[in-house]
Design a binder for this molecule. Structure first.
Ligand code: TXA
Ligand code: MG
Length: 304
């Protein structure tokens, strides 16, 4: 299959919607990372996501919808969930809520769970696609399973080239880090994955059972990765931060928003560099640094 990269213009959205309704997954930018989107009501279409990504089949997928009304047709929202949605949607927050009995979502999307991950994305390309298709879109990050999430159309091409028909190019993503995931399935809110939005909820992102997609190897580059580096050795590509400068710097001024947006980009750069190993400078364990360190620890664990 030939993979085409096309700019985010009306004609591309029309073509993408046609492909999706024909059960062909399409890569599309969101404000977090590029997603690989398929019609969430069509199990065969969703299965082609798994096929293209080579993803283990027990991972439930996030369902993207254009607005709150569409979300409430699929999931049951508690008062707390509703408050979070109203505060942060459209935006980089995923809410895991009980699946409505009458929701027209293919079981493969939730991997058979009775809960569903829902998100109203802010990116105009994803919004345009959702409205053109008129159906909810299941979309994991648009990379082969076990590799780094894509923040540019070229990353998608490198990872999934030959396996999908179309990549909508919306330039580099703004946030560069996957959405914050919060479970609102009864009891206190639980943070399943830290991300761009800080939410006051119990942390349970250490638990593999809560979020089966959070396998340690999920973010792994192909090279050995060392954390908390103060300097580089000869065979390392050092990803610096603040005053620890390296072959590249996440943010020379120590800005965590800038660092998050550049994280996967620099991991890609390090992974394709001539150096045999990767080292990453110490990141503060505060604010967005928590989410960045979470990704880095997974990358390090999966790379050994
Ligand atoms: O920013 C993002 O969230 C991106 C863009 C494309 O929207 N998507 C993304 O999807 O990161 P993915 O498939 O790479 O990660 C989805 C995560 C997985 O860890 C999965 O286990 C969790 O969401 N998840 C989805 N539905 C769930 C559910 N019902 N219960 C628990 N975890 C769920
Ligand atoms: Mg992913």
């Amino acid at each position: 299959m030939e993979t085409r990269i096309a700019p985010f213009i009306d004609d591309t959205i029309t073509e993408a919607a046609r492909l999706i309704l024909a059960a062909e997954p399409v890569a599309v930018p969101t404000e977090t990372v590029y997603g690989l989107a398929a019609d969430a009501t069509n199990a065969a279409a969703v299965a082609r996501i798994y096929e293209a990504k080579g993803r283990p089949s027990f991972n439930p997928l996030i369902v993207h919808v254009p607005d709150m009304a569409a979300a409430q047709a699929i999931g049951e929202f508690s008062e707390e969930a509703l408050a979070l949605a109203n505060e942060h949607w459209p935006g980089p927050l995923t809410l895991v809520v009980p699946l409505r009995a009458d929701a027209a979502i293919a079981a493969i999307v939730t991997a058979g769970l009775s809960s569903v991950g829902l998100r109203v994305p802010a990116h105009p390309a994803m919004q345009a696609l959702l409205r053109a298709v008129g159906r909810p879109l299941a979309a994991p990050s648009a990379n082969a399973s076990g590799s780094i999430s894509p923040t540019r159309a070229e990353h998608v091409l490198k990872s999934l080239g030959g396996r999908i028909a179309l990549i909508i190019d919306g330039g580099p993503t703004e946030r560069g880090l996957e959405s914050t995931i919060v479970a609102a399935t009864g009891g206190p809110l639980r943070l399943l994955r830290p991300g761009p939005i800080e939410v006051n909820a119990d942390h349970s992102f250490g638990s593999a059972i809560e979020a089966p997609g959070q396998l340690a190897s999920h973010y792994a580059p192909s090279k050995r990765l060392r954390l908390n580096a103060q300097s580089r050795s000869d065979d390392e590509f050092l990803i610096g931060f603040g005053e620890i400068d390296g072959n590249a710097n996440l943010s020379a001024s120590g800005n965590l928003v800038e660092a998050a947006a550049r994280l996967f980009d620099l991991l890609h750069q390090a992974d394709t560099s001539p150096f045999a190993r990767i080292a990453v400078a110490t990141m503060p364990e505060e604010g967005l640094g928590i989410a960045i360190n979470d990704r880095l620890r997974r990358a390090a664990a999966g790379s050994q």
